[in-house]
Ligand binder design. Structure first.
Ligand code: SF4
Ligand code: MG
Length: 336
């Protein structure tokens, strides 16, 4: 499988010097072509910060303090997103990588028709395109996300929340990016609508061939819609595996806790036990494994030594890694 986006040793801080808090720590993650990669964790685990960091959309005081984000355009040579000029960055966003933000559906401009808001994206990024082609493309995108042509000229308030979210997804796809990052894209919608929209997105991915990074606190959605899942806690990735493996055989106590926080979709019902306690404060991260104060399995090394993410000896499956002293890693994995 070809990589499309490779995050290497990414670190993001909020603030500088002695007062800095580490929001993303040593994250390594590869998104492959055509893949849906799910990123899970409670709020404050660093998932949104990671998404903003990799697209360089961090607002101050957020700063990237180290790492690389290598983008593979397909035809041309790979390059480091962190080294792009402002102009390069403007082209990279939307054209190559588009983001649907948390609560995006409320960011539509209330005084413009949705058709205008879609053609505006084309006007800004593909100035040589004819007006006629822009309108045709906007219509096509709306159709792809399930919005009838007669709603093209509606204003945002005339559409339901689900429809507005579809418009945002259409807008993200309109320049045919290779990667779409979705940060809690459907959290504001009811469960049935969430599933419908995500199912549709997966179908579009198969037709159009883009890759998705799908961020949510709802691990049951990820299990259903992703190929692979990475779980974050305290700014680090603590487990990564194919979605079905996480569902069947999660290794990290935090992953197990997250799984039991949501009702199972299929099969026997699980007890909704959740995870006691609350996510750590970035400014006062516990030493050792940052999950240890909440972990039911914590033992001797956990409060002092940080477990390394890698593949434990007894695991043979490809693409599996975990950072937990219950599954010590003999030699940290060389990242793919
Ligand atoms: Fe729990 Fe220790 Fe594993 Fe952390 S390293 S998840 S505290 S068992
Ligand atoms: Mg978030």
């Amino acid at each position: 499988k070809q990589p499309v986006l490779e995050i290497r040793n990414l670190n993001v801080d909020y603030g500088l010097g002695g007062k800095a808090v580490h929001a993303v720590r040593d994250v390594n993650l590869t998104l492959h072509r055509g893949e849906v990669l799910g990123l899970a964790g409670e709020s404050g685990s660093g998932k949104s910060t990671l998404a903003y960091g990799m697209t360089r959309l961090l607002a101050p005081p957020g700063v990237i303090t180290g790492g690389d984000v290598i983008y593979h355009p397909g035809q041309a040579e790979p390059y480091d997103v962190l080294g792009l000029s402002d102009r390069g960055l403007r082209e990279f966003r939307w054209n190559e990588v588009a983001i649907v933000f948390q609560g995006a559906m409320n960011s539509l401009n209330p005084v413009h028709r949705i058709s205008t808001q879609l053609t505006d994206v084309l006007r800004a990024h593909q100035p040589s395109m004819s007006e006629h082609s822009r309108t045709a493309r906007a219509r096509e995108m709306l159709k792809l996300v399930g919005i009838a042509p007669d709603r093209m000229d509606a204003y945002p308030h005339q559409l339901s929340g689900g429809m507005r979210q579809r418009v945002m997804i259409g807008m993200a796809l309109i320049l045919q990016p290779q990667v779409v990052i979705m940060d809690e894209p459907t959290t504001a919608l009811d469960v049935v609508m969430q599933r419908q929209i995500l199912g549709q997105l997966i179908e579009l991915r198969e037709r159009l061939g883009f890759s998705v990074i799908f961020i949510t606190h709802d691990l049951s959605l990820l299990v259903e819609f992703s190929d692979r899942i990475a779980i974050m806690y305290g700014g680090r990735i603590v487990e990564e595996a194919p979605a079905a493996t996480i569902y069947r055989d999660a290794l990290h106590p935090y992953s197990k806790g997250l799984l039991s926080s949501f009702p199972a979709l299929r099969g026997p019902r699980r007890e909704l036990s959740g995870i006691p306690g609350s996510p750590p404060d970035l400014a006062g991260m516990p030493p050792g494994c940052s999950f240890h104060p909440r972990c039911p399995r914590a033992f001797e090394p956990c409060s002092t030594a940080i477990p390394v993410l890698g593949r434990p000896e007894h695991l043979t499956g490809a693409g599996r890694s975990v950072a937990c002293w219950l599954h010590p890693v003999p030699i940290p994995l060389e990242k793919n």
